[in-house]
Design a binder for this molecule. Structure first.
Ligand code: 13P
Length: 251
């Protein structure tokens, strides 16, 4: 099964308006056939980023969304608002949302439901802490994050999901999981999807790796059997690094 690779840049809380315009004008040079490229700027940069990339194949996606449609939820952004400015995909469940903003599996499952009801696509993030891995609990943690976050949805909706495996200990630390650890976990995730939703869906689901992906390691990571691309943090803020990672996925 040949799955088209995905490389998505998660800008996190970086880039003011001017900086983001500069980076986007550089990103416009990206011209790859075999990779779906996405960027997730902050909420304040979504609107103009999407306009600037209107005629490009790069998709602008959101870093998060609230599960309610509208109402008294100060500071929040709903699926409806994102759709209103042309954003059709959201990251949900990033470990920084789980860790710093108390987002539980229950909250995340509501966000997933809202995205699906609004016909939005989802990049659903999962990942274990270093302690979980040291205690040999990493498979259990990943399984429970998947079961509680997305396994309740109907199989017909699964085509709207991309899974991103991001071990928390590898995010922003420069410490990448090694190839065996990555392949082993991606295979485990694909097998779980198979046992829940069947072979066809499990062969089609895209599973990205995130955590200190950089030009020097991207090629090796993307060559692994069950890895369908990457979710890139720090290296997505610099055109030359991000472009090299996209090129590595295009090979
Ligand atoms: P880094 O690439 O900076 O480790 O971040 C990964 C990440 O969290 C992407 O969502």
């Amino acid at each position: 099964m040949k799955r088209k690779k995905v490389v998505a840049g998660n800008w996190k809380m970086n880039m003011n308006l001017e900086e983001s315009k500069k980076l986007i004008s550089e990103l416009m040079q990206i011209n790859v056939e075999n990779v779906d490229v996405k960027i997730a700027p902050s909420f304040t940069n979504l609107f103009h980023s999407n306009i600037m990339l209107d005629s490009s194949s790069i998709e602008v996606i959101s870093q998060d969304m609230h599960h309610e449609q509208k109402g008294a939820f100060t500071g929040e952004i709903s699926a409806e608002m994102l759709l209103g400015i042309g954003i059709k995909t959201s990251i949900i469940g990033h470990s920084e949302r789980r860790k710093y903003f108390g987002e539980t599996d229950l909250i995340l499952s509501k966000k997933v439901n809202s995205a699906i009801e609004n016909k939005m696509k989802i990049v659903f993030c999962i990942g274990e802490e270093l302690m979980d891995r040291n205690n040999n609990n990493h498979f259990d943690i990943i399984e429970s994050q998947l079961r509680n976050g997305i396994f309740h949805i109907e199989s017909s909706q699964f085509k709207n999901i991309i899974i991103a495996y991001e071990p928390v200990w590898a995010i922003g630390t420069g410490m990448t999981a090694n190839s065996d650890q990555i392949q082993e976990m991606h295979q485990f995730i694909r097998d779980l999807v198979n046992s829940k939703f069947g072979n066809e869906i499990s062969q089609n689901i895209k599973i990205l790796y995130g955590g200190s992906v950089k030009p020097s390691n991207a090629k090796e990571i993307f060559s692994l059997k069950d890895i369908d691309g990457g979710l890139i943090g720090g290296a997505s803020l610099n055109f030359s690094d991000f472009n090299s990672i996209v090129e590595a996925a295009n090979e």
